[in-house]
Design a binder for this molecule. Structure first.
Ligand code: MSP
Length: 661
């Protein structure tokens, strides 16, 4: 027997930096729908998802929660897996970039590229925001400051925070070497980047102006994969993240069966903002590794809100748990795949969501099922006869619509046009509803036209059987319910033949009709969703306020004992270059113990020299942390009132190095 055709589909790996919104769920629901569709078409399918666990942001999040990065990412990965379970995401593997196998693969890839000369050691120059802990290129800055000669001397990050120019050693990937080959590849593979408009964007915006070599390591970050031959460096972002698509299959390990079977990927689904990395850096990496390129990168659009991007702080984020909890999973999956044509942006509004659930699901589909099952019960005591070979004009037209829908649905699904595939299915649903009006079964019943009535009932049941099968990659729960109400069994493959009349029926329906999508009260539900969105907005609080709030959760003396506070004397203090916030202190703790501590109090001490010789209090057992490449070995205590911060200065009676407690 010939081997089954394979299909390998991936989602991006998500940053575990917070709760996932319906925007993130969008990519996963789309990938899941495609994976389910391909499985239903007989493909041996592998569906990969996972998370992207390294980097500064993650380190920072862990720090905020007072736990180790590993502990933090373990917790987040578990919560993401829970969410995917709730959303019926049928992935075959969940890769984490801290997985040993992935780390080893990335290290092998890096060393190979280094040895080949595709990666070289240079110096990274870029704009860095301490507050955001993020690097920016000049073009990414929201504002730039120039000197008289027009040279950029500073600026602001998109967050509004000041940036400073940093220079540090970094390894670079020689991208430019592969630019021509890449453009050639695009030309020979017109389906490589979809939608097509995104290919033009890549060529015009990034390749034509000249591909810059990509900085691929950092020396200022700890939480990352170390470069084996130069462990001061950790691999920075993209080589680590992109490699997941092959490391997950065992590439560069001694068990690469999955890699041999599934690579190259059939499609990487990604949001439009990361198309660049997937259509330029990733293919180039693969060319350098002498590996085949993925067959397709599909850059989908964003789920937006009326006021732009979804964000927790704006109070406009919608979380999948809330929608699923109140309206059911299929309402969410249906809405995401129907309301926004895949590839375009779309705006989520509570009004639109409630309207779609009511019109499309409760009215069109729900009523069709309800009326059909009621009539079968009422007029035929639950009996459904086989599909009749002779049909009248309405029956023939219904069959024709079913056949067209099935063909169009396949064509649309094969091209990831989920919304259009659903449009087609809803045409069949409308046609079936119209069929009831045309055939008026209540009159056939009154006039005792039994044969005709039975034929009509079967045609309706058969239409619904097909609808259930067609929606099943996208909606995972309703098809089972529809089958059950029609007296069918979802696990019986013979009942899932995708042709009108492809299943023989002759079945007794025993279920009473039950609405699968209850009608929603419009205003009430719109209000509910809006309130839930507001509730999710975090109140702005300083760290100290947050601490004060938990004051009724007493800490124990053991908790307090963990903090080691000592008296130190300021030997020298100076502003950190390029930072408007930081002062760098050298402190003496007696007995030859010296420490460097950075503190964000610059604006409260315009003349920092007044602090020289002062005795201050410092937490000395905090994990050292790098800021702007400088290590801070502790934290100075200070007080804050009405936005004013003062260092805690103690009198001379306190000895250097004395422990506080
Ligand atoms: N870690 C990188 C991807 C590395 S892949 C090798 C990343 N992670 S992310 O968590 O920021 O984003 C993951 C995906 O979620 C992206 O494809 C992004 O487009 C998608 N979405 C996040 N919010 C979204 C919407 N509001 N709407 C649609 N998708 C959006 O980028």
């Amino acid at each position: 027997m010939a081997d089954k055709k394979t299909f390998y589909i991936t989602t991006p790996i998500y940053y575990p930096s917070g709760k996932l919104t319906i925007g993130n769920a969008y990519t996963s629901v789309a990938a899941d729908s495609m994976a389910r569709y391909k499985r239903s078409q007989g493909y041996d399918t592998f569906f990969l998802t996972g998370d992207d666990e390294h980097g500064l942001k993650i380190e920072q999040k862990a720090q905020e929660q007072g736990i180790k990065p590993q502990e933090y990412v373990d917790k987040m990965a578990a919560s993401y897996k829970e969410l995917w379970k709730l959303l019926d995401i049928s992935y075959d593997k969940f890769i984490r970039t801290t997985d040993k196998e992935h780390v080893e693969a990335v290290q092998k890839i890096f060393e190979r590229l280094l040895k080949q000369g595709d990666i070289y050691l240079g110096e990274y120059t870029g704009w860095y925001s301490v507050e955001d802990e993020e690097y920016f290129t000049e073009s990414q800055l929201a504002e730039v400051y120039k000197d008289d000669e027009g040279n950029v001397i500073g600026g602001k990050a998109p967050s509004g925070h000041e940036v400073r120019l940093v220079k540090e050693p970094s390894y670079f990937f020689r991208m430019s070497k592969y630019a021509d080959r890449l453009v050639e590849y695009y030309k020979e593979h017109p389906e490589f980047i979809l939608p097509h408009s995104r290919e033009k964007e890549m060529i015009n915006n990034f390749i034509k102006p000249g591909l810059e070599d990509l900085s691929v390591t950092r020396t200022t970050i700890d939480w990352g994969i170390p470069v084996p031959s130069d462990p001061k460096h950790v691999v920075y972002v993209w080589i680590d993240a992109l490699s997941n698509y092959i490391s997950a299959l065992g590439y560069a390990s001694d068990h690469d069966e999955l890699f041999k079977k599934y690579w190259p990927a059939d499609v990487h689904l990604v949001g439009k903002e990361i198309v660049r990395f997937h259509t330029i850096y990733w293919p180039i990496m693969l060319m350098a590794l002498d590996l085949p390129l993925p067959k397709q990168i599909f850059g989908h659009g964003w789920v937006l809100m009326k006021d732009g991007k979804m964000s927790k702080s704006k109070g406009n984020a919608v979380y999948p748990e809330m929608i699923v909890g109140r309206y059911g999973l299929d309402a969410l999956r249906y809405y995401l795949m129907r309301a926004i044509p895949f590839g375009s942006d779309g705006i989520f509004t509570p009004e639109d969501f409630v309207e779609r659930v009511n019109f499309d699901l409760a009215n069109d589909l729900g009523n069709l099922l309800n009326r059909t099952v009621s009539m079968i019960n009422q007029y035929q005591q639950g009996q459904v006869a086989p599909v009749a070979s002779e049909q009248d004009e309405f029956g023939l037209d219904l069959q024709k619509t079913a056949a067209e829908t099935i063909a169009d649905y396949k064509a649309q699904m094969d091209n990831l046009h989920f919304s259009q595939a659903l449009d087609s299915i809803w045409k069949l649903i409308s046609r079936a509803n119209k069929y009831i009006d045309e055939t008026t079964p209540w009159i056939l019943n009154k006039e005792e036209k039994k044969a005709e009535l039975s034929r009509v009932m079967t045609n309706l049941a058969e239409s619904l059987r097909l609808v259930a099968i067609l929606i099943s990659p996208i909606m995972t729960q309703s098809p089972v319910k529809i089958f059950k109400q029609l007296g069918l069994d979802w696990d019986n493959a013979a009942q899932k033949d995708l042709n009108f009349g492809g299943f023989g029926w002759d079945i007794k329906v025993t279920e009473k009709p039950q609405p699968i999508f209850p009608r929603l009260k419009n205003e009430e539900e719109v209000k509910y969703i809006k309130e839930e969105m507001k509730k999710a907005k975090p109140k702005k609080q300083s760290r100290r306020q947050q601490q004060a709030q938990t004051s009724d959760n007493f800490i124990t003396i053991d908790d307090f004992d963990k903090v080691k506070i000592q008296v130190g004397q300021v030997l020298s203090v100076e502003p950190v270059k390029g930072s408007s916030k930081l002062l760098c202190f050298q402190l003496d703790f007696g007995n030859g113990q010296k420490r460097q501590i950075l503190s964000g109090i610059r604006k409260f001490y315009p003349d920092e020299s007044q602090l020289l010789g002062k005795k201050v209090l410092a937490v000395v057992n905090l994990k050292p942390r790098k800021m702007l490449g400088m290590e801070s070995q502790g934290m100075l205590l200070s007080s804050e009132k009405d936005g004013q911060v003062k260092l805690a200065i103690v009198g001379d009676e306190h000895e250097l190095g004395a422990d506080l407690g």
